[in-house]
Design a protein around this ligand. Structure first.
Ligand code: NAD
Length: 350
């Protein structure tokens, strides 16, 4: 298999294959682009069916980070890493130590953060062996000290982004009385739903677990629907906050929302689905633009800047970024995702 010829290889600067016989580590670190700064991105642990699947994932995800950080005006490049293995059964201290040592050898060109299959505790453990991990510092907040978890920042950025999309598509500054469907009430989704409720929105929610649904019904007066019912609801905003590829050939014909704006990564199954949304008159807030609150939070931590007001202001710039994308997309009659990529490229290729 040739890595250079893979369709997911986009002139990546550096791809490092890391292994450690004793701990069984098999991992890949990909630095897509470091024009704007060191490549920061999550470390995903997943039982990939093949090495090719792992390589494709790390190449795709690291490239995405370049666009996300450039769009968020951070002095960061794009990188990502994957550890091949089951996080429930294969994650041992020895394995994490070996991975941290591999990150250390990349010498700061890549900075790891939590992702699917890894958590704040894993990053804290790894920080004993390398300085190049982020999302580990307990920070003061309005509700007391909180961990390095970036989810609250992601939820707030998504909330701000929904306001921008509502302004553009519905011409409204307020969310009061709007109908919003939230898919996935995890770390980001529940917090987002709470903010939407506080802003006066009426909520419809779904999840595959009962507990957050019961809480949302009780605390947020949300209407609970089955997972496959969320797509066809006659709502103003659909906020996907669960998994990727939920805008696809099956769900597209069902969609009635005027705005799609949520935190989930890689919401479009394929780029052509962005054009299909545009043709249906649905405004799509590109995922990596609206969900950048977490990376902004991690960046502030990484640079030792604990100025809450500055951080909040930076997260709120997601509103302006989206407005710039929407205006250009309208003018050029292009899908918002395409326009976002063009703007990000202007920033990191500069
Ligand atoms: P999470 O795992 O805490 O929450 C995901 C929720 O979705 C869970 O409650 C899960 O039960 C639910 N879910 C899974 N499959 C579902 C289905 N088929 N239908 C309905 N619900 C389903 O994850 P999170 O941290 O809240 O992240 C949510 C999304 O946002 C993910 O796509 C993630 O990649 C993205 N994201 C998160 C952050 C962050 O800071 N946490 C940052 C950027 C992007």
């Amino acid at each position: 298999m040739s890595v250079f010829n893979l369709s997911d290889f986009h002139d990546h600067e550096q791809v490092v294959f890391c292994s450690d016989e004793k701990s069984g580590l098999k991992a890949i670190i990909a630095v897509h682009n470091s024009n704007l700064g060191p490549a920061l991105g999550g470390c995903r642990m997943w039982p990939y069916a093949s090495e090719e699947e792992a390589i494709r994932d790390v190449l795709r995800l690291s490239r995405g980070m370049t666009y996300k950080s450039a769009m968020a005006n951070l002095k960061l490049g794009g990188g990502k890493s994957v550890i091949i293995g089951n996080p429930r059964t294969d994650k041992t201290p020895e394995l994490l130590k070996a991975f941290a040592q591999a990150v250390e050898r990349v010498n700061g060109r890549y900075i790891a953060a939590e992702d699917s299959g890894t958590g704040v505790d894993d990053m804290k453990f790894m920080s004993q062996f390398t300085d190049h991990v982020a999302g580990i510092v307990d920070k003061p907040s309005e509700n007391g000290v909180r961990s390095g978890d970036p989810s609250p920042a992601t939820a707030y950025g998504t909330f701000v982004g929904i306001k921008a999309a509502v302004k553009e598509r519905l011409g409204r500054d307020s969310l009061a009385g709007l109908k919003v469907a939230v898919q996935g009430l995890g770390n980001v989704g529940f917090d987002l739903a709470r903010q939407l409720k506080e802003a006066g929105a009426q909520l419809w929610v779904t999840d595959i677990h009962r507990e957050p649904l019961l809480r949302a019904a009780k605390e947020l007066e949300a209407t609970v629907v089955a997972p496959d019912e969320i797509f066809g609801l006659d709502v103003d905003v659909f906020a996907p906050c669960a998994m990727g590829a939920i805008i696809n050939d099956q769900t597209l014909p069902q969609l009635k929302a005027k705005v799609i704006a949520g935190a989930a990564n890689n919401q479009l199954a394929e780029p052509r689905h962005g054009a299909a949304l545009m043709n249906k008159g649905i405004l799509y807030a590109p995922d990596y633009v609206i969900n950048a609150g977490g990376i902004i939070d991690v960046y502030y931590e990484r640079t030792g800047n604990f100025d809450r007001a500055a951080l909040t202001k930076h997260i709120e710039s997601i509103y302006d970024n989206l407005m710039e994308i929407f205006a250009r997309a309208r003018k050029e009659e292009r899908p918002t995702g395409e326009v976002a990529d063009a703007i990000a490229e202007e920033r990191f290729k500069r």
